[in-house]
Ligand binder design. Structure first.
Ligand code: HEM
Length: 531
């Protein structure tokens, strides 16, 4: 079996028998025959792969799994409850990591900060992917938007967001747009105050954030703003949650039979026509000044410059614009409405927040964007609101690329993951008096921020897929809230008491109030008409 080569220095030195009475060493090198060599090499390769492979060596413990019914899996556990509430209740019973079969699709749910840290930070590269959804495919041009695309293309869009679309410099460039739109809302509130009329805060705030996003994206040139917004609203309503085809991939045809896909295609075509016309209009009237650009101008410029690693098409531009509306309107409006609701239920907290802005601004008499960073209690009010009412309670779904291990469990490649950030924000393991609205908690002990490093507090998510519009959203949010508190006193409509206020959430894409908040303003500090 072994070949012996004499006279070569090598692997094995053997002491050969002395001959002719003289003692001498003969050097022999023993190397294996070719087949043995090959098979040894293969065995070695397998061992090395096993040792260094990222795949776990064992399958780990079984996932805790709530009971299943034939065909629907665990869907029955979610019926009649908001998904994040139902998943919190199930996690209390089954643990911080559990696997739910929803229809034909397994979802792994994480409900601890350790799980969130692993998925969103430590193993972010593996989990920074989105699964496919019927609605996102139809509406967002084959999921070529920012929120649902993947891979190199998504990485490029993210870069464009940071550098061009939603970075601090671009957000600042919209200062006069916000001033005008927020000023218009304040003036409407002031008119209502003059006649003691209640304001529907939810409605008015949605109008505000819609107009800001429309004008930031389209400039002042869009002729069909209202039609666009109405259609987007319908789409968001339809696209919230899963379609039959998302939960039962083998039954995708049901989405067609029920008219779900057809209706979405109709909406898509409507949006497409408006976006096409808007883009054409932009192409005809584009001016050179980058400071004055709206988001469509920016995207058209990047497309035309041709320096992008993955060239973008008109459809890609339209998909990105749709994201601005889907991600940037309800989220901000809902948070302001929740903040006002919580403050109205706690008069001492409301008074403290008002005192802060009024003492700081009473001489100036009005608030500008540059004044807002000094309102630290107001910032804590916003944080506390987002802790209790994160607009996306389960973030956006993730899908793992490779089989890996998280907290001892094997997560097979292709698994879908959800993080229940709503339950993390209300978890008594991490928060004292977890269900109470207490902004001052952020002044005590370790200050926690929502920048994606405190994994029990993730209203914007964390890691590579964290919200791309945080600065954009917070700027409008804090400016509007500070003006509400500075200029007006607020009361419930006649006959309504604090205990009558329904604080439940609606079922939808983002966790909005089930019932819009109606409040009666009274003017405390009039503002200059230009403000
Ligand atoms: C209070 C305001 C907002 C909150 C709380 C919020 C929250 C979130 C959350 C939780 C995600 C998903 C993160 C994940 O899956 O890990 C997200 C993604 C995103 N948000 Fe926001 N958002 C807000 C405002 C905005 C605004 C104003 C815009 C744009 C104008 C925006 C654009 C986006 C985009 C493009 C994504 C997708 C990011 C990606 O997948 O790479 N958001 N947001």
């Amino acid at each position: 079996m072994w070949l012996t080569l004499t006279g070569l220095e090598g692997w094995a030195l053997t002491n050969s028998q002395p001959s002719h009475g003289t003692s001498r060493f003969k050097m022999e090198l023993q190397v294996p025959s070719l087949p043995v060599l090959l098979s040894s090499f293969l065995v070695l390769l397998i061992i090395v792969r096993r040792v260094f492979s990222s795949k776990p060596k064992h399958v780990g413990p079984e996932f805790p799994t709530p009971s299943r019914l034939p065909f629907i899996g665990s869907i029955h556990h979610l019926i009649g409850k908001l998904p994040h509430h139902a998943l919190r209740d199930l996690a209390r019973k089954h643990g911080n990591v559990m696997k739910l079969r929803l229809g034909q699709v397994d979802q792994i749910i994480f409900s601890s900060r350790e799980g969130a840290q692993q998925v969103l930070k430590a193993q972010d590269a593996n989990f920074a992917f989105r699964p496919e959804f019927t609605a996102a495919k139809i509406i967002a041009y084959g999921q070529s938007d920012i929120a649902f695309s993947n891979g190199e293309y998504w990485r490029q869009l993210r870069k464009i967001c940071v550098m061009e679309l939603l970075g601090a410099k671009r957000v600042k460039s919209f200062v006069s747009l916000r001033k005008e739109q927020v000023g218009r809302l304040m003036s409407d509130v002031s008119n209502a105050a003059a006649i003691g009329k209640p304001i529907n805060l939810g409605e008015r705030l949605n109008e505000l954030t819609n107009s800001i996003v429309v004008q930031a994206s389209f400039g002042r040139r869009c002729q069909q703003q209202r039609k666009f917004m109405e259609t987007i609203k319908e789409v968001i309503k339809m696209a919230s949650g899963f379609s039959v085809g998302d939960l039962f991939p083998s039954l995708k045809v049901v989405d067609v039979l029920t008219g779900f896909s057809t209706q979405l295609i109709k909406y898509h075509n409507k949006l497409d026509a408006i976006l096409d016309a808007t883009i054409k209009e932009h192409q005809m009237t584009r001016e050179g000044d980058e400071e004055e650009e709206d988001l469509i101008d920016v995207l058209l410029r990047l497309k035309d410059e041709g320096n992008l690693e993955v060239p973008i098409t008109f459809d890609n531009i339209k998909a990105v614009v749709i994201d601005m509306f889907a991600g940037g309107t309800e989220t901000t409006a809902n948070t302001i409405e929740w903040a006002m609701s919580e403050l109205m239920l706690r008069p001492s907290t409301l008074q403290r927040a008002q005192k802060e802005v009024r003492e700081a601004m009473k001489d100036k008499g009005y608030i500008e964007e540059t004044d807002v960073p000094q309102f630290s209690y107001l910032h804590d009010v916003v944080k506390e609101t987002l802790r209790l009412h994160p607009p996306f309670p389960l973030l956006f779904p993730r899908v793992g690329q490779e089989t890996t291990e998280v907290l001892g469990y094997t997560i097979p490649a292709g698994s879908r993951l959800l993080i229940n950030v709503w339950s993390l924000g209300r978890d008594p393991r991490y928060w004292k008096e977890a269900d109470s609205f207490k902004p001052e908690r952020f002044e005590e002990g370790v200050n926690r921020e929502f920048k994606g490093n405190d994994f029990e507090f993730l209203p914007f998510g964390a890691g590579r897929r964290m919200c791309a519009g945080m600065t954009f959203g917070l700027t409008t949010l804090e400016l509007t809230l500070s003006k509400f508190l500075f200029h007006f006193d607020w009361a419930f409509p006649k006959g309504v008491k604090a205990e009558d206020i329904d604080m439940s959430e609606s079922f939808g894409a983002s966790a909005s109030r089930k019932v819009n908040l109606l409040l009666v303003p009274s003017l405390r500090y009039p503002f200059p008409t230009l403000d």
